[in-house]
Design a protein around this ligand. Structure first.
Ligand code: GDD
Ligand code: MG
Length: 402
């Protein structure tokens, strides 16, 4: 891969937000012994280097009731050395969609000659393991794991940590272009290679989202939710720096990856609000506004790399209510942050009311949060899940053979 370094970087406390990085070559060949000078603005990353990161990376596919053909396409796009984790919240009746997903994964693994891990979000064993490990916020009133994409992602992050992975990346299961997924994962690895910090997040900005408009293909750049979310996050940063900024271009990036060191130390919020809350929580913890609960990380830097993909992104189009809900969730986590200034809070409230997200006399409801996973008692969790078919894979460090 040949990729530019961020042209500009905005520093905020311990955080370095990098501007969008462009990819010049998806595959720049093998290592030829040539070491680029660090001052080169465009870095060539040989395949062997990407591969070294793949071996330490788990790729998570959260799935809820997606077409199997799409899930199969996603699986075949994940570079062989990566560990695959599917967390499904698909229904088991009247048709057992989960068992169909298990079959599809089993077939894939047979043909690809690798192991992979699949679990269901509502597996009582997982709920019990979280409870024993002292992490009750992920449980619902029935004592099962809550619904939601973020909740599935948290399960997967924990399993990847237990399996000894150093990086974790997420790709949605409803993607029509396997080639785009392969590209995102290469970009995750490239971001980790470029980063000089153990605390790194890589977020993908889609090149475009193709749509049919008046019988013609139109390649739209910004999604309906992301424009608004980016604006609010940039307003939050501008308030503190005193300089208007457009640095955040990936406020809703579903396609993103984290170094495990960072993933374990962030707090999370529920469902689809997880991605905007990444940025909010980074600012809260490492932005230098509040006293950081993690002074050791404050002494280092946290790097955010935003990489623009080359492939277009085509996924199942969401209904208007779904899009509205995602917008509201982003507003919610910014509005309720301890670092949200009063002016922005008023603006968000006005917008939520005028946009019909809440009634004219209502306030924005509190989001549901999850504390950092680092507080989990790992050995208690492992003990509880030992009857699960994948526990042995985790113990053996699944993916080492790939
Ligand atoms: N395990 C699990 N549990 N997975 C879920 C759940 C759940 O409760 N709900 C949804 N998923 C899976 C879906 O099957 C899909 O693979 C992925 O999570 C994303 O869900 P979508 O419903 O397709 O989300 P979207 O396309 O509207 O939004 C995506 O892109 C946004 C950026 O534009 C998501 O990735 C958002 O988080 C992201 O902000
Ligand atoms: Mg989708």
């Amino acid at each position: 891969m040949r990729i530019e370094l961020p042209k500009s970087v905005e520093r905020f406390g311990a955080i370095r937000f990098g501007d969008l990085q462009k990819v010049f070559e998806l595959d720049s060949g093998m290592d030829n012994g040539y070491i680029p000078e660090p001052k080169h603005a465009i870095q060539r990353i040989p395949y062997q280097q990407l591969c070294r990161i793949f071996r330490d990376m788990a790729i998570v596919v959260p799935v809820k009731n997606e077409r199997l053909k799409l899930v199969e396409g996603v699986l075949c796009a994940i570079p062989h050395p990566c560990m695959i984790i599917i967390v499904s919240n698909s229904p088991k009746s009247p048709v057992d969609r989960f068992s169909m997903e298990q079959d599809a994964l089993r077939d894939f693994c047979t043909f690809a000659g690798k192991n992979a891990l699949i679990t269901h979000q509502k597996d009582p064993l997982l709920a019990k393991a979280f409870q024993s490990a002292g992490y009750n916020s992920i449980l619902d009133n029935e004592g099962m794991i809550r619904d939601g994409k973020a909740e599935g992602m948290l399960i997967a992050t924990l399993l990847a940590w237990l399996a000894g992975k150093k990086y974790i990346g997420f790709v949605d299961a409803d993607n029509y272009f396997p080639g785009s997924i392969e590209e995102y994962i290469r970009e995750y690895a490239a971001g980790f290679i470029i980063s000089r910090s153990p605390y790194t997040m890589v977020r993908i900005a889609w090149h475009s989202k193709p749509k049919i408009v008046k019988s013609k293909l139109f390649f739209r750049k910004w999604g309906r939710t992301s424009t608004k979310t980016n604006y609010l996050l940039n307003s939050l940063i501008s308030h503190y720096t005193g300089f208007e900024t457009e640095i955040i271009k990936t406020g809703n990036a579903g396609e993103h990856a984290l170094s495990m060191d960072l993933a374990l130390n962030l707090d999370y919020s529920a469902g689809y609000s997880i991605e905007p809350y990444h940025i909010v929580n980074l600012l809260e913890k490492f932005g230098g506004i509040n006293e950081s609960p993690l002074p050791e990380i404050m002494k280092k830097t946290v790097e955010i790399h935003q990489i623009e993909s080359r492939n277009p992104h085509l996924h199942e189009a969401g209904e208007k209510e779904h899009i509205d809900q995602m917008r509201y969730l982003a507003m919610q986590v910014i509005y309720h942050s301890s670092i949200c200034p009063e002016t922005l809070r008023r603006e968000i409230l006005r917008e939520a009311r005028s946009g019909g997200h809440i009634k004219a006399d209502s306030d924005i409801s509190q989001p549901h949060y999850f504390p950092a996973l680092s507080r989990i008692d790992k050995s208690k969790f492992l003990d509880e899940i030992s009857p699960a078919p994948y526990a042995q894979l985790i113990r053996n460090g699944i993916g080492k053979e790939n």
